[in-house]
Design a protein around this ligand. Structure first.
Ligand SMILES: NC(=O)CC[C@H](N)C(=O)O
Length: 476
């Protein structure tokens, strides 16, 4: 892999998955003393302190490894608060209570979450650690995505439950780099492959090399994939990750996207996680979720392979009602809503079914493996927020003992049911009015993410697009 140094192979051997997870089995941690040894041996010289931002990207600084060990590891660092209060363009925008021109765009403190320390095999001599932004007195920032998920996991624990999650995501690979695409206004981009290669195993050499490098890089970072497969859209790839602790699953996702982008750049490819990169194309972020009490799954009736427990029924009922109100958390952009079309394998209504890929909630597996595949989030979603929406909706169903409606046995695209919000505008209205959102997340969180959605809408209302020109320029 270009950019990989021999030093990193030492580091790769030490790479392990992220550390203790609330309610889950602690994984072996990559410790500070491991890091110290690698730095001393010259194998590591850079530490990325990475804050998951509102859009699910990693923001932060590259620290000199010695400085990180001396100062940052124990005393933390600072970052301008706008990292958690801006749109995808990083344009300073008013309307966020956290920070603004009025507050002088002040700093927040950042505490390294040391249990997330891991090597980054796709960058030379580099390790990464996630950072939790906090107020200067050390109290958590309510609107930080990682904190939002922490709180949903804690809320769920009042029912004696913890969640496990597995993430399945899709992206499309285009030929040429982002810079080349940008020069032509992303017009006429050609996907790496031209046809429906769903489940195909005869990959062209460029795909094969890219997927192999991705596979190895992720394993080297201690976050191995379960599988990689060619998907139905031209250039589309699906990656599934092993099932495990909910927070750890989300912690890995922004890093996985970082790997895809970096390796794409090295290979002269432009990967995208847009929900609908083209008309009729859909990139999903399916969340496989189960609920546990100690080591016992709570979704199936004890002793039964397929029968849903009352907890399982309430959880699904909660998802079908609750997700309708939480759109901005799993479909954050105007484009996200263009994915929800009949026949796309993305859902259009809040329905549930058994191994039914036309439904929003697909119940799969059996016995201890029985779990819910929530097919609503798009690949452009921030996984911390999408999973938080899912857990808040599940909690709502369990708390209120909601009754589960009938199972969808046929094509749910033709069935009735509450529609998935058709636009970001409609989703935003429901989100703002949602008692569930207020109760689960708090008014400041709702306000913050409503403002973010509003910025996306305002951009969409203002900007003239290629689609408008193609439809009207010669005809108006
Ligand atoms: N893997 C699949 O089932 C296809 C999912 C579909 N592309 C989506 O956006 O959800």
């Amino acid at each position: 892999m270009s950019g990989t140094t021999s030093g990193n192979s030492t580091a790769a051997r030490l790479a392990v998955a992220s550390g203790p997870e609330r309610g889950g089995r602690p994984e072996k941690a990559f410790s500070l003393s491991d890091l110290r040894n690698l730095v001393k041996a010259g194998a590591i010289d850079t530490v990325l302190l990475a804050i998951p931002d509102l859009q699910g990207r990693l923001k932060g600084k590259r620290y000199d490894a010695n400085h990180f060990l001396k100062r940052v590891a124990h005393h933390g660092a600072e970052v301008c608060a706008y990292v958690l209060a801006t749109d995808v363009d990083m344009s300073p925008a008013d309307g966020f209570a956290l920070t603004s021109w009025e507050t002088g765009y002040q700093d927040l403190s950042v505490q390294p979450a040391l249990s997330t320390l891991r090597v980054v095999p796709w960058l030379p001599r580099t390790v990464v650690v996630l950072g939790d932004p906090v107020h200067h007195d050390g109290t958590p920032i309510d609107i930080a995505p990682r904190e939002i998920l922490h709180r949903q996991l804690t809320r769920l624990s009042r029912h004696g439950l913890h969640a496990k999650a597995g993430i399945e995501t899709e992206f499309v690979l285009y030929k040429g780099t982002y810079a080349e695409g940008e020069q032509v206004g992303y017009q006429g981009l050609r996907p790496l492959t031209t046809e429906n290669l769903d489940y195909a195993l005869d990959h062209d050499p460029v795909s094969d090399r890219f997927l192999r490098r991705l596979h190895r890089a992720l394993a080297g970072a201690g976050m191995p994939v379960e599988a990689i497969k060619a998907e139905a859209g031209p250039g589309q790839v699906e990656v599934t990750f092993p099932y495990g602790g909910a927070l750890a699953a989300c912690d890995r996702h922004p890093l996985f996207k970082h790997a895809v982008r970096t390796l794409g750049l090295h290979a002269g490819l432009a990967p995208t996680f847009m929900a609908a990169p083209e008309t009729g194309r859909a990139n999903g972020l399916h969340l496989h979720v189960s609920l546990w009490s100690k080591a016992v799954s709570q979704l199936n009736e004890p002793g039964s392979e397929y029968e849903l427990s009352s907890t399982g029924q309430h959880a699904i009922a909660g998802l079908l009602v609750g997700l309708a109100e939480l759109g901005p958390f799993y479909a954050p952009n105007v484009n996200s809503y263009k994915r929800f079309t009949p026949g796309s394998f993305a859902p259009t209504t809040f329905t549930w079914g058994r191994d039914n890929r036309t439904c929003a909630v697909r119940v799969v597996g059996r016995g201890e493996g029985l779990h819910l595949e929530i097919r609503v989030p798009g690949a452009d979603a921030n996984p911390y927020l999408a999973l938080s929406a899912v857990l808040a909706a599940i909690d709502h169903g369990i708390e209120r003992k909601l009754a589960l409606g009938p199972v969808s046995t046929g094509n749910a695209y033709n069935a009735g049911g509450t529609p998935v919000p058709p636009t970001l505008g409609r989703a935003l209205t429901s989100f703002r009015d949602s008692a569930l959102a207020q109760e689960a997340f708090g008014a400041d969180v709702v306000e913050h993410y409503a403002r973010l959605a509003q910025l996306e809408l305002a951009h969409d209302e203002r900007v003239v697009t290629d689609a408008e020109r193609q439809r009207w320029l010669a005809r108006a």
